[in-house]
Design a protein around this ligand. Structure first.
Ligand code: UDP
Length: 313
């Protein structure tokens, strides 16, 4: 029988790629989004597909869907630092009240659940690379806490639904992901650098650029999320999905400048408060349990992303 998935946050960067991939594998998709940062343009390739339905809905209100639902992906949240800081209360509520509403929906529908948590759950990590067992180093009252603590709360809520109601829920901590459909004004490092390089604007490194991130291409991320949802027996499991190839922000700037052939200068701006110094996933668990590991190297993923930006999307 045909399976049905609800994707909360389905019109966003990751959500839209996920909806597309689910449809292509024959699953019916109900995409829910309040269009806070999600965009209908992201759904262009599937909006007319018979297996696809869009519902404009904010998960801070209870979810209502008729009929059977097999899978619920919870990707609803502001996710880039400038956005979640500008929409801090909304971010806190989406990840708390919203997560509760989605979990209640899963409980009633007996649906399997996956939440995209974040590497931010580890804060500015003192352990490197970060394993799922690490509890993190998060400033609970800093400017990033509206996101970090909200996601940690969402993880706690998820675990209680596993313990108390046996909801088949898994938590995926996703690390910096990039690719086509990142918005040019999203404020994240890869989209900023590409847009700046293509418009002969200065590439803005925050701090001295020695902080590191490990960048995962979107197709790898979607494969990881799907594998984690489809695998039986993962209730209560926490799994990192990201690419362990670690780069400094300065290296990322130099690579993007070179790949775009840009004449832009690289300039330095103040480092935002609580900006994590290092970040790299330990993906031993994902490899072992899901048989998943990323395939796309940074330069290859960047070439697709640069092309997408150049096409003026
Ligand atoms: N960053 C930067 N220049 C920019 C945007 C971001 O140097 O124009 C830095 C930012 O300070 C952080 C890293 O790049 O150290 C990754 O930032 P991003 O906002 O992409 O995500 P984060 O991993 O911090 O959530």
């Amino acid at each position: 029988m045909n399976k049905t998935a609800v994707v909360a946050g389905g019109a966003g960067f990751l959500g839209s790629h996920l909806c597309e991939s689910l449809i292509n594998s024959g699953i019916k998709v109900i995409c829910m989004d309040n269009l806070g940062t999600g965009r209908m343009e992201n759904l262009g390739a599937i909006i007319k597909n018979k297996k696809f339905r869009f519902i404009k809905h904010d998960v801070r209100r209870p979810l209502k869907v008729k009929g059977r639902v097999d899978y619920v992906f919870h990707l609803a949240s502001y996710a880039s630092p400038p956005y979640y800081q500008a929409k801090s209360i909304e971010t806190l509520l989406t990840n708390s009240v919203g997560t509760y509403n989605i979990l209640e929906f899963c409980r009633l529908k007996k649906a399997r659940y996956l939440i995209t948590s974040t590497s931010e759950a580890y804060g500015d990590p003192k352990e490197h690379p970060q394993k799922e067992t690490y509890w993190g180093n998060v400033n609970p009252v800093g400017i990033r806490s509206c996101y970090d603590e909200a996601k940690r709360f969402a993880e706690a809520m998820t675990m209680e639904f596993v313990r108390k109601f046996k909801v088949d829920a898994r938590i995926i901590r996703i690390f910096n992901t990039y690719g086509p459909r990142l918005q040019k004004d999203d404020g994240r490092v890869i989209s900023n650098f590409i847009w700046q390089a293509q418009h002969d604007k200065d590439l803005t490194i925050y701090g001295d650029g020695s902080q590191t991130r490990s960048f995962c291409y979107v197709s790898d991320q979607i494969k990881g999320l799907t594998a984690a949802m489809m695998k039986d027996g993962l209730a209560g499991e926490v799994i990192n999905i990201g690419n362990p190839d670690e780069f400094t922000v300065k290296e990322a700037a130099v690579i993007i400048k070179e790949m775009t052939g840009s004449k832009s200068k690289i300039i330095y701006k103040p480092l935002p408060k609580d900006d994590p110094t290092r970040r790299k996933p330990d993906i031993t668990k994902a490899k072992k349990i899901l048989g998943w590991e990323p395939q796309v190297k940074l330069r290859e993923g960047l070439s697709h992303t640069i092309k997408w930006f150049a096409d003026g999307k």
